[in-house]
Design a protein around this ligand. Sequence first.
Ligand code: SAM
Ligand code: DTB
Ligand code: SF4
Length: 322
Amino acid sequence: MSTLNTPKAALRNDWQLEEVTALFELPLNELIFRAQGALRGYFDPAQIQLSTLLNIKTGACPEDCAYCPQSVRYDTGLPVEPMMQVQEVVTAAEEAKAQGATRFCMGAAWRSPKRKDFEIVLEMVKAVKGLGMETCVTLGMLTEPQVQQLKTAGLDYYNHNLDTSEAFYSQIISTRTYQDRLDTLAHVRDAQIKVCAGGIIGMGENLQDRAQLLLTLANLPAHPDSVPINQLIKVEGTPLAQAQDLDTFDMVRCIAVARILMPASYVRLSAGRTEMSDELQALCLLAGANSIFYGEKLLTTENPSLDKDRSLLKRLGLQAVQ
Ligand code: SAM
Ligand code: DTB
Ligand code: SF4
């Protein structure tokens, strides 16, 4: 039972597509009501988890992810930057901790890490862990030995998104397969590193694709511990720069369905908050999101300012998870 005496919904890995699409089709009030119930079984609804992102290596990525400003294939005007120094990363993590973040997520624009770079990432993980923060990295595909080394270095979470449904995936990325992603997630899970896996909406996918993405995540052998739901950030120069705008409530519905399918996971209202009103963000939190990226930048794009977020959390009566 949670502190508020709401029963814990069963953790299921046998969701059927019809059940998930039926959730998407519920009247919004009913969907949100059910999602709040699911949240309250496992979490204190007055608490929110804050993760800060840092891009430790920017741009020139060989992959062709159609949404991504860091792919070498698209001219987005993003300056390519070499990998950061360990000390620079530690300084950024110290700042994030001082601002109230509990998890520090380091991202790199790689298909997969090269040996020399990987050694440096291991040092970064050890150093950030040494600050008493939760550590997370997102480095692309990993082999089993690399996962073991990250585990030994003290890594808590690995972020690797499925991004969309298997059926829609080939329209977004051609340089690696859906199975590659599932394999990396399996290596991470087998090493008992916590899994952070979610996706993006607003790339032209249909409702069935969104339902299938969430179904695939929920029917993994264990639910991802953390589920980032990103709204596409349309970056000029990427193939998806002109993608159609989402309906305002699509994000709310996706978050609510993720919450119902994976009630014990942190569901993160991720990319896209700068385009959202305070009211829409509040609705996403009401629909069961209990985590955000906190810090003025995501990887290469803007995120709300710390002041704005502090004020929003205060107005909503939310406390940061310690
Ligand atoms: N290169 C690694 C990889 O792809 O696994 C790690 C970094 S990659 C940028 C991490 C995730 O950021 C992607 O899987 C995607 O879900 C998200 N992302 C990238 N560009 C985005 C955009 N324009 N809008 C929303 N999410 C985005
Ligand atoms: C995730 O799901 N979203 C974050 C994090 N994991 C690595 C990244 C969002 C990136 C948005 C585009 C950018 O800033 O480049
Ligand atoms: Fe590279 Fe990751 Fe961007 Fe894809 S999402 S282009 S793998 S940085």
